[in-house]
Structure formats: structure tokens, C-alpha cells
Write a protein that binds this ligand. Sequence first.
Ligand code: PGA
Ligand code: ZN
Length: 429
Amino acid sequence: PITYIYAREILDSRGNPTVEAEVILDGIHKGRASVPSGASTGRFEAVELRDGQERFLGLGVEKAISNVNTKIANVLLGENALNQGYIDHLLIDADGTENKSNLGANAILAVSAAVAKAAAAALGVPLYQYLGGVGTDVMPVPMMNVLNGGRHAANSLDFQEFMIMPVGACCFREGLRMGVEVYHKLKLLLAKEGLSAAVGDEGGFAPDLKNAEEAFWYLKEAVEEAGYEPGTDFVFAMDAAASELVSEKSGRYEFPGEAKEGGHLVSRSAEDLIDYYEALAEKYPLVSVEDGLSEDDWDGWQLMTERLGEKLQLVGDDLFVTNTKRLACGIQLGAANAILIKLNQIGTLTESLNAIHMAHRAGYRTIISHRSGETCESMIADLAVAVGAGQIKTGAPCRAERTEKYNQLLRIQEELGELSSYRNPFAKE
Ligand code: PGA
Ligand code: ZN
């Protein structure tokens, strides 16, 4: 049984406070987990409890910490940590709200995750195996966010993320190496053009480029410079994070960075954006577009999926917020064909697993994801392998909070050895 629960306030990669929890079973088996924090958060995410007032400019998490140390400890002490579903049910119940605004999703997730890690420790099995069971062997293809924009950097790129995916690699380890080589070639290319190679929140470079088209041009050049072939060795993905671009007044998507670089206003309708993604995918090996339209535009998502769903992976992040209710709605409507999984959008491990299973049953792909504000917690690496997601989004190969996830995947591949598999998620069967 759970004999000890304790939470403390630690710092995330942006220098903001976050929650770290420790759980001990039978006085010996220990699990420790910390939670990340988003910048371009979806409107329908579970609530991250913050203290307000002056401390840490309002971002302190002392209330969340105290909720773990009192209310949550009261409910969970003495319970069986091997029963994750029941533990998470108790947490959801103790909170009592739809969006976890009472105890805080940050408090709840830290405990939910620490319980799972303690349970794996007690059983003496690695976390990916505890969560995935026998036969767990699929290593994810990394979606490496090598150009940062949007809310993750102060540059001119309006879209948030431009990613490279080493789909042609023979294994995760080689894929990671190839991605790292392209990342360093990209840095040299930017420097040659006199552009900044300073990095954004997710470790990707954040130069002032003219527009998305130019961003993909640089990705293609960097892939070729590194000696690889765009389209076979590497494909590209983007996160438009379009909910951040939509103007409340006009309902159109505004591009202030592109406008500044080009010297004229730029705004696009939902249909313009769909055409735009289609054109980008014709010119570059773009295979995946995340949050291509806003989180409120179900009609637009239906249209986009109708028009591009055969050709492109259309990923709902802010749209679905790892929430089975919103995902069920999307499946019903035929909106998107993949879901981004972020544990802290929903707040417990069990609810996240439910979303993953619902997605897989409906033929939607799943991508396990970090947040822009991270710690060196590497649980998502284990989760990606456990559920056979096939794709993980955890930033550029830069900044320890990003590389720690990749490093954990290297450890897992080493442990699985010959048993591990790695496949191009977009290959036709
Ligand atoms: P966030 O960004 O963590 O700032 O929300 C990540 C994403 O949008 O995928
Ligand atoms: Zn996103």
C-alpha cells in the first residue's frame, strides 16, 4: 500500500514553478514525478492551479502542493498502488469538478504519475513495461521541432512548430542521430545567412524567416546538406497552433510576423488555410499538420479532414485536449485523424490511456507529447513505447528537458535490444 505522499514546488524549463510529487509504497518503493506546463494552452484543458498574488509573479503552486500533502494524501494513503485505475478514480472523485479546478490538474497528475512509477518500482519492471505489458516493442518516430515560432519564441514565425521526422531510419537510435545531424546543419545554414540561431522554448532555432514556406525551404536544405533525402529519409510536420492566430473580431487567422516581414497585412480564412497546407504539402514532404484550425471550428475541421485527410495526418491538440468527450465528438464528425496526447491536459494517467485507446479503436493515430514548459521528467518516453503510439513529439535535440526524453528512449531501445521495432507511421501497408 501507499505509505507516503509528498509534493514540493520545483522549477520548469521556463523558470516557472511546477509540482513534483513523491509516493512511497510499503516504506521502500519510491516513485517521483513532476508535471509540465503549456504556453499555447487549449481553452478546454484541465485547470493548472496557480496561486496568483506576488510570489513568482502569481505562478506559485503552493496551493496545489498543499492539496497533495493534505487532501490527496488523506484519500490515497493505505490504497493499493497497483490499481492505477482505482487510484485515478479516487483522485477524480476527490476533486469533484469536470475540469479539475478544485485540487488542480497539476497536483493530481503529479500524484497519478508518481503512483505508476512507484508501482513499477515495486514490481521491479521498467515503466514502459508496467504500462504496456508483455510484447511492448514499438519505438516512436521522433517529431523534432527544429524551428520554433508562435508563442514559443519572439521571432517572426507565426506558426508554432516546424518538425523533421526521420522516418527512413532503421531504428530509433539511428533516427535520432540523423535528426541531430540535420539540426546542426540547419544551425550552420542559418548562421551563413546571418540569421539568429538562438533557440526557442522547445530547443528549435527561432530566426526571423519570411513565412512557413521559407521555414520548410530551410528544413529541406538542411536535410540535403546532412546527406539525406527529403521525402524518404525525412518527412516534415508542423504545428500551426491556429487557436493562437484566430482573431476574435473577424474570425480570420492573422499572421503578424509574415505581415511585418512582407510589409503588408496577412490574414487567412479557414478555407485559405486548408488551401495553404495543401500547397505546402505539394511543394515539400509535409505529412502532418497539427491544430491547423482553431479549437472551436468543428465545421472547418470537418472540411479540412474531408479535403486533406487522405493525404495528411491531421492532429488535434487544442481541439481534443486529450479528452475522450471531445475526441468522441471528433470521431463522430470525422474531424482530424490523429490526436496529440498530453497528460496534463486531462490530469490523470488513466484518462490519458482511455483517450489513446479510444483513438486507436477509431483508427486515429496517437502522438505522445511534451509541453513547451518541461522538467527532466521522462515518463512520456515510456508511455510512447508502452502504448505503441509510433510517434513522439518532444522538441529539438537541445535543452536537457527535451534531450532527457530522447535519452530515455535510447535506454529503452538498448534494453529491448533485438526486440525493438521502428517503423514509418505513414508507410502504406
Ligand atoms: P504548449 O505547446 O505546451 O505551449 O501548449 C505545445 C503544443 O502546442 O503542441
Ligand atoms: Zn500543439
